[in-house]
Design a protein. Structure first.
Length: 483
């Protein structure tokens, strides 16, 4: 069986289970071609999230064909928008609730209802994983066909322009608010608390991740503003740059379209690309707000059953329901799940392997002969060439601790918490990521090479390996293995 494997920081069983069951159980409600199975393997300090390759390709191909039908597209994205808005509204309601006021029966009912709603949302927005893989391949192939008389460097330059979204991503919008608050603080000599509250209200969720529950608060944003004030930043210039980004990208793409003469097929791919660039942000916001609500549920359940939040994070949602029903839950499996586990989710059902069984299953399903690899390729996230020593970091915490100036940051994926470490890195290489992923966006802003979607970077590289990141060609070349 072929899996698309993405390695990241440890994802506890509750979070992995809620997402994987939702996707494999409910995606058939939205798509004729849907996701049938997902594999999740945890090994002490990292988790491998694996999508079934056949599913990813069939969903991507199916959607790219169906979205050509205007009536299907209108109906599909209307449903997308409604379900997303309903989920965001539900999360806002739950954040204001005092769960301690609920009876045990009410807590169980509300947990089950929220789990059901989350399952449907997780399933719907997982279509992005199919679109990312298939659309990138089709766009690149089509552009090469159109630009067959152009040089490789010209192709890569224009491809980078095409794959930079027109819409301003939430990362830059959050940054804009911080720059504006810092500029006001610079002029007045103090940080405006009302502005801090506005930033928190809008972006408290951006620091969350599948392996992290630390939310942004006023204290954290105040520290960021103070840090910005210590740097030699022209805030007016940076604010203007972000404000003009959308207009600038629109013009660049319009000029490029006229220069190269795109056909209807290429125009269609670009239209879908821009839609899903926005949906990436929708998904991130919905998923992070939902896991924050789940955390709130687990905190309250832990208090009632006299267990810790950390223990409950290693129970699957259906096991949490057992607890709420007054039944026994498999607490004895927690340490085994943390140490060495592998679970295959198929149509919402799970098959779990632990210990040596899990290790053997991993060797069978995910084995890669990393020592034989001398170079590998991915998607160009940001141009440029850099040579440096590899530092593999599966979480933002790892990166903050280990990345030094000039290192090559190698990770499964990046999140906003990686940014301080990304600023130190000479280049970035990731296992996963599509054309609109966080790593690509930030690397372009920083002006450093970035290769995304390699699928194997964290498996074939080791800390200390000397590599050349050829951002202009999408290639990582291993120059010398660390002995």
């Amino acid at each position: 069986m072929n899996w698309l494997e993405y390695i990241r920081g440890v994802i506890p069983a509750h979070r992995a289970g809620a997402l994987a069951v939702g996707v494999t159980k409910c995606s058939k409600e939205f798509l004729e071609k849907h996701f049938t199975r997902i594999l999740v393997a945890t090994d002490k300090d990292k988790t491998s999230w694996c999508n079934y390759e056949k599913d990813v390709l069939s969903v991507g191909e199916y959607l790219l064909e169906k979205l050509k039908d205007e009536s299907f597209k209108e109906k599909y994205f209307a449903e997308y928008n409604k379900i997303w808005k309903d989920m965001i509204t539900k999360c806002q309601e739950l954040r204001k609730k005092d769960f301690a006021q609920w009876t045990d029966e009410e807590l169980l009912k509300n947990y089950e209802n929220f789990l059901y709603q989350s399952h449907k949302n997780y399933a719907l927005v997982f279509d992005i994983d199919g679109i990312d893989v298939v659309l990138e391949e089709k766009m690149r192939k089509k552009l090469k066909e159109i630009m067959k008389n152009f040089s490789s460097s010209e192709f890569n330059l224009k491809y980078t322009i095409l794959t930079t979204p027109i819409d301003v991503p939430y990362i830059n919008k959050e940054e804009l608010m911080l720059y504006e608050a810092a500029l006001e603080a610079k002029k007045s000599g103090r940080i405006n608390k009302d502005e801090l509250k506005k930033i928190v209200d809008k972006y408290w969720w951006t620091s969350l991740g599948w392996d992290s529950r630390q939310e942004n608060d006023e204290k954290k944003y105040a520290e960021k503003i103070r840090s910005l004030l210590k740097e030699n930043i022209n805030f007016d210039k940076e604010i203007e740059k972000i404000m003009k980004r959308k207009t600038g990208m629109t013009k660049q793409k319009k000029d490029l379209k006229e220069e190269i003469s795109f056909d209807k097929e290429m125009d269609y791919y670009l239209e879908v690309f821009e839609i899903y660039a926005v949906l990436h942000d929708y998904r991130k916001e919905m998923q992070m707000k939902s896991i924050s609500c789940f955390d709130k549920f687990l905190d309250e359940i832990a208090r009632r059953v006299k267990r810790t939040y950390e223990e409950l994070m290693w129970l699957y949602p259906e096991e949490i329901i057992l607890l709420l029903e007054g039944k026994e839950a498999p607490f004895g499996l927690i340490e085994k799940r943390k140490e060495d586990s592998l679970t295959i989710f198929t149509y919402g059902e799970k098959q779990e392997f632990l210990g040596e069984e899990a290790a053997e299953k991993k060797r069978k399903e995910l084995f890669a002969e990393s020592e034989k690899v001398s170079d590998f390729s991915g998607i160009i996230g940001s141009k440029g060439n850099k040579t440096g020593n590899v530092k593999i970091c599966f979480s933002a915490k790892d990166a903050a601790k280990n990345i030094e100036q000039g290192d090559i940051l190698v990770t499964g994926m990046t999140t906003p918490e990686f940014v301080p470490s990304m600023k130190k890195a000479a280049a970035i290489v990731t296992d996963e990521g599509g054309l609109t992923c966080h790593a690509a966006i930030i690397a372009r802003e920083l002006g450093i090479p970035c290769i995304i979607g390699t699928k194997i970077a964290t498996k074939v590289l080791k800390d200390g390996d000397l590599v050349e990141v050829k951002g202009n060609h999408g290639i990582v070349k291993i120059l010398k293995r660390k002995e």
